[in-house]
Design a protein around this ligand. Structure first.
Ligand code: 13P
Ligand code: SF4
Length: 308
């Protein structure tokens, strides 16, 4: 089948099954174009909770589909490709958290949404890159906080809030490549540009970058919002390259320069149109978090959603 016909069939199946397609900004452009909603981790989690659809086809990575299943346990959550892992989510286990808690009975665990359901079940507060500062500030300076699993986002929050935290040594294999050297070189080459940086980046806790007047740190949705609102004409994009699709679509007169051509998340790119069509046709691959884990994990997600 040609892509045009696959898209037509996807639209028919969406109606037949009362299904919604959710896609992360890092997926392929053609995937984003068939989605009913495109978002960052927080936006997608919220949408999964709000939708009246019976079926959610989640175009993203596995932990995101798990989060949707935890939030909407009565809906069928499908992920259109197998083995969509995430280096951050895979860097820590629930046993690692239990060990830290045993040694820190007064401690509070804050975990980035990029974690497995089992880890969320041991977590007190979940957060995403959009609301991590708010969540940590809500806890305040006097708490003994363990931030997992992203050391770069954790270090960035420590710098921005002045709140000290124990950090787990995990990183995103894509954003870890975005170094101070790379940003400084690009800044020299394009001095008029705003530099929009995802806080998972390796450079996110380096004062040399934090102090640049034209450097801004945002979640993926924040990067897109900044570019739309800004009067600048040129932007250096320091995140996964899939973000360019919406940036260019929404701002045809602005120029977006990628920080490095290799900032690509292989797992996000496993989702394609054929996979979405087959997911809808054959109800595959269902992601269902067992009730015992989901009932615990939902508490950390609800605490996050309440804060903002
Ligand atoms: P956001 O979607 O919160 O920007 O996070 C980026 C990411 O790497 C998702 O896995
Ligand atoms: Fe995980 Fe990084 Fe891919 Fe996001 S970009 S899903 S953090 S590996």
């Amino acid at each position: 089948m040609e892509n045009k016909e696959i898209v037509r069939q996807i639209e028919i199946l969406k109606k037949e099954k009362n299904a919604i397609v959710l896609a992360h900004y890092y997926t392929h452009p053609e995937v984003q174009d068939v989605a009913d909603y495109i978002g960052d981790s927080l936006g997608l989690a919220r949408k999964a909770g709000e939708t009246k659809a019976d079926v959610i086809v989640f175009c993203g990575v596995h932990f995101m589909a798990e989060t949707a299943s935890i939030i909407s346990p009565n809906k069928k959550v499908l992920i259109p490709a197998k083995n969509c892992g995430c280096s951050l989510a895979e860097s820590i286990t629930s046993e690692d958290i239990r060990k830290w808690k045993a040694n820190n009975p007064d401690g509070v665990v804050v975990s980035y949404v990029n974690t497995t359901a089992e880890v969320k079940a041991e977590t007190d507060y979940c957060c995403t890159s959009s609301n991590a500062i708010k969540v940590v500030e809500h806890l305040g300076k006097d708490k003994n906080i363990f931030f997992t699993p992203d050391k770069n986002l954790g270090g960035y929050i420590v710098k921005k809030t002045g709140i000290n935290m124990h950090l787990w040594d995990g990183d995103c294999c894509v954003h870890e490549k975005i170094s101070t050297k790379m940003v400084l070189e690009m800044n020299q080459k394009y001095p008029e540009a705003d530099i929009l940086i995802h806080p998972e980046s390796n450079c996110a806790c380096d004062d040399k970058i934090l102090n640049l007047p034209n450097a801004y740190f945002y979640s993926t949705a924040g990067i897109i919002e900044h570019a739309a609102k800004s009067n600048k004409k040129q932007f250096i994009i320091a995140t996964e390259l899939g973000t360019l699709h919406q940036l260019e679509k929404k701002n045809p007169t602005k120029e977006f320069i990628v920080i490095h051509p290799k900032t690509i998340c292989g797992s996000m790119k496993k989702v394609n149109l054929k996979g979405i069509y087959e997911a809808l046709l054959n109800d595959k691959y269902e992601v269902k978090v067992p009730d015992k884990i989901a009932n615990k994990a939902i508490l950390s997600i609800q605490r996050m959603l309440k804060i903002g």
